[in-house]
Structure formats: structure tokens, C-alpha cells
Design a protein around this ligand. Structure first.
Ligand SMILES: [Zn+2]
Length: 243
């Protein structure tokens, strides 16, 4: 099992970068929820979020400080840490960061995620912000604690610039965010060897009432509905045949 801690950047009193009324913290949370959802399709992936819009009794107080996020991931013995942010400060495009001294495997995961995300962004005419694979010594504040102090492979994504009008517009587009989340998860799945859950197809049934074909369907609800209707009409012969 691969436990992936998803870390939507900022939150609480810290809204992150804000431009055109859009808060980085909100975009990061929305994206994190979508990523979390897509990871649910994989049999050997489990997830945990460092913060969550809903506080529930089973969830500890949302760790707003970076130390709390790091301690949270370390205490869970997570296999991977994914921090989601948006960039700001005049620029455009996508970039990702790993710790300055990240092992080769972490850099490999970073590259695979980058490739998937950049191929998705190409469809929107958006590319990388410089060299997309960076380490935290190349970040604006030159030290990203969540990358340095987590004890598992960790990658931080700077998903577009919130202060770039075109990218700001995309960051508030649910369809765009959904596709971005799917691309991130494609990359994660490839890099971590995640396997899709096998869903067994539901059996099809033929419903016949008094010799007349009513449905060929896999939906239990439809079958029940047809049978109840037939009983109501006092039908003599109700046949259910597995196809
Ligand atoms: Zn941020």
C-alpha cells in the first residue's frame, strides 16, 4: 500500500497568494480534493490530507503550521508527500520542487509528474516556468520546509500563476482543475506503480413479462421496478434470465 499525504498549501488564516479575488489556499484545497478523489481509483493507494475543509471528530485539528504538516506526514509514515500550491509574482507556467538534497528516486517521481502535467497544460497553451524540475534552493524563499523535513519522497507543485490573468481564469475553471488533478494522478500512478482497482462488470438480466421483453439491464433498480409494475398489473409470468 502506498500512503500518499496530500498537502493543500496554506489554509486557515493564511490564504496564500490572492489575486483577482481568488485565494491560493482555496485553489489548492479544490485541487487536493480532486487528486484525493482520483487516487480512490487505485487499489494500492491510500491517502490522507494535511487539512480539510470539514473538521470532523475523527480528524485532528487542521495542521495549519508547516511544522504540524511535516509532523503529520512523518507520524503517518507516509510513502509520498504531495504539496499543492499556485505561484505568484509575475510569471506564467508550471514548476515543481523537491528538496535540495533529494534522492534520485524523488527526482524521478518529480520528472514523471512534470511530464504528465506539462503534456496536459500544452492543450491550454501553457508551458513550464523555466526549467520545471527545481529544488528548494531555487525557490523564491530558498527553503521549503515541507520538502526538507518530511522523511519520505516529497514534491511540491506550483500550479500556474494566480496573478497571471489567463492562468487565474483557468484556476477557477472546474473542468481545467479536474483535468489537472487527473494529470497529476496519472503521473503519481506511473511513478509509484499504482494499480487501478478492478471493477467487475455487473451481470446483465433480461426481464420478460407475459412473454414480452421489458428490459435487458444491469441495473437492479430497473429490474425491481419492472417486476413491481408486473405484479401491480397482475402478470402471470415474470421471467428473469441472466444473459
Ligand atoms: Zn503557496
Amino acid at each position: 500500500m502506498n500512503l500518499i499525504v496530500i498537502d493543500p498549501g496554506h489554509g486557515g488564516k493564511d490564504s496564500g497568494a490572492v489575486d483577482y479575488g481568488l485565494k491560493e489556499a482555496d485553489v489548492a484545497l479544490r485541487l487536493a480534493e480532486l487528486v484525493n478523489n482520483y487516487l480512490g481509483d487505485y487499489a494500492n493507494a491510500a491517502t490522507s490530507m494535511t487539512r480539510n475543509k470539514n473538521t470532523s471528530p475523527t480528524y485532528p485539528a487542521p495542521p495549519e503550521g508547516l511544522r504540524k504538516r511535516i509532523a503529520f506526514a512523518n507520524s503517518k509514515n507516509a510513502d509520498f508527500f504531495l504539496s499543492l500550491h499556485c505561484n505568484a509574482g509575475g510569471g506564467s507556467g508550471f514548476e515543481s520542487f523537491v528538496a535540495h538534497n533529494a534522492p534520485a528516486r524523488t527526482k524521478q517521481i518529480q520528472k514523471v509528474i512534470n511530464d504528465q502535467v506539462l503534456s496536459y497544460l500544452k492543450g491550454y497553451g501553457i508551458g513550464a516556468h523555466g526549467n520545471p524540475a527545481k529544488n528548494d534552493s531555487q525557490a523564491a524563499r530558498s527553503r521549503i520546509a515541507v520538502l526538507r523535513d518530511t522523511r519520505m519522497p516529497a514534491v511540491l507543485l506550483e500550479c500556474l500563476f494566480i496573478d497571471n490573468p489567463k492562468e487565474n481564469k483557468l484556476l477557477r475553471d472546474p473542468k481545467f482543475l479536474d483535468g489537472l488533478a487527473a494529470a497529476i494522478v496519472e503521473g503519481l500512478a506511473e511513478a509509484l506503480g499504482l494499480k487501478k482497482k478492478v471493477t467487475k462488470p455487473k451481470p446483465m438480466y433480461r426481464v420478460e413479462v407475459n412473454g414480452k421483453l421489458i428490459y435487458d439491464t444491469a441495473y437492479e433498480g430497473k429490474i425491481a421496478e419492472a417486476v413491481i409494475k408486473a405484479i401491480d398489473k397482475n402478470a402471470n409470468k415474470i421471467y428473469l434470465t441472466k444473459l
